[in-house]
Design a protein around this ligand. Structure first.
Ligand code: NAP
Length: 287
């Protein structure tokens, strides 16, 4: 039976570390503030935004919530981002995605100052990751690296297979595994013989959005299996992209859904906010 990696416990440890850092910064007169913008009434976005506000409250990060109506014009949203970019008391800016139809998400992401891009989606952050320069890392892949490190799983020299190549998970995850000196293969829907490719993995990360598609046949005995999926099974229960029951019998370690990767994303967002505050403060002192 595989070691079940407790992402909830790891994320709690990270939030407690962040809380400590926020207290230390506050004692130095450096408060940490995150601005969260939601446009429209998408119910899933409302849940995510509320969870982010709760994590801010827990860690001592001040959150400024901007909930704009569905019919907000793109210029109005860009104006708000522009104002938040200028405000010295705002360290991080997050626009909850998806945006209502008709808005240009790329233009909105690009409007956020890279210095305040705590989601790590700005092209400058993505480019920095690609060429190994400092920048904000996207929270879900960064959270997976933390999970691996804190579980004693080192990607260095290992065969790492990333199934999925999205901009928010698959591609940055592959780059981070490469940065950790893994030998990385990226698989996707056009990969020939996915089972054969997947079975090479010492570390298998799955982000396909296809409920329970990774069965035991895709997994090398003893592999570490990280399940990013947040799907619904035939009984409408939350499940991952990995068939947990089957794969936990063969893997060496596995993240469950829920309670694996999911809780890490917000913990890493909190970490990015602290980093933003530190960097902005250091830049202010230098100037
Ligand atoms: P996405 O943008 O839909 O990308 C899915 C990727 O999986 C694509 O690259 C696609 O290949 C590949 N794929 C789909 N079906 C496949 C198959 N049968 N065989 C091989 N590859 C296949 O999804 P995403 O945004 O990366 O999200 C993936 C999952 O992670 C979702 O369940 C999402 O809810 C979850 N998620 C969780 C968190 C978290 O915080 N835990 C964060 C983000 C996402 P092509 O490129 O060839 O189409």
């Amino acid at each position: 039976m595989a070691q079940i990696i407790d992402g909830k416990a790891i994320s709690q440890t990270i939030k407690d570390e962040v809380k400590q850092e926020v207290q230390e910064l506050s004692a130095q007169g450096i408060p940490v503030t995150l601005a969260v913008i939601q446009v429209g009434e998408d119910p899933a976005s409302t849940v995510y935004v509320n969870n982010k506000k709760k994590a801010c409250a827990y860690t001592g990060i001040r959150s400024l919530a901007y909930h704009l109506p569905e019919n907000t014009g793109q210029d109005e949203l860009l104006d708000l981002i522009g104002q938040l970019n200028e405000r010295e008391d705002v360290n991080g800016i997050l626009v909850q995605l998806p945006l209502p139809a008709g808005m240009d998400e790329d233009a909105v992401i690009e409007a956020i100052s890279p210095k305040k891009d705590v989601d790590g989606f700005h092209p400058q952050s993505v480019g920095a990751l690609c060429i190994g320069k400092p920048g904000f890392l996207p929270c879900t892949p960064a959270g997976i690296i933390e999970i691996l490190k804190r579980s004693g799983i080192d990607p260095a020299g290992k065969e790492c297979v990333m199934i999925g190549r999205s901009n928010i998970v698959g591609k940055p995850m592959a780059l981070l595994l490469l940065r950790e000196n893994g030998t990385v293969t990226v698989a996707h829907s056009r990969t020939a013989d996915l089972k054969e490719v997947s079975r090479r993995a010492d570390i298998l990360v799955v982000a396909t959005g296809k409920a329970k598609m990774i069965t035991a046949e895709y997994v090398k005995p003893g592999a570490a299996v990280i399940d990013v999926g947040m799907d619904r099974d035939e009984n409408n229960r939350l499940c991952g992209d990995v068939d947990f029951e089957a794969v936990s019998g063969i893997a060496g370690a596995i993240t469950p859904v829920p309670g694996g990767v999911g809780p890490m994303t917000i913990a890493m967002l909190m970490k990015n906010c602290v980093r933003a505050a530190r960097m902005q403060n250091a830049a202010e002192k230098d100037s």
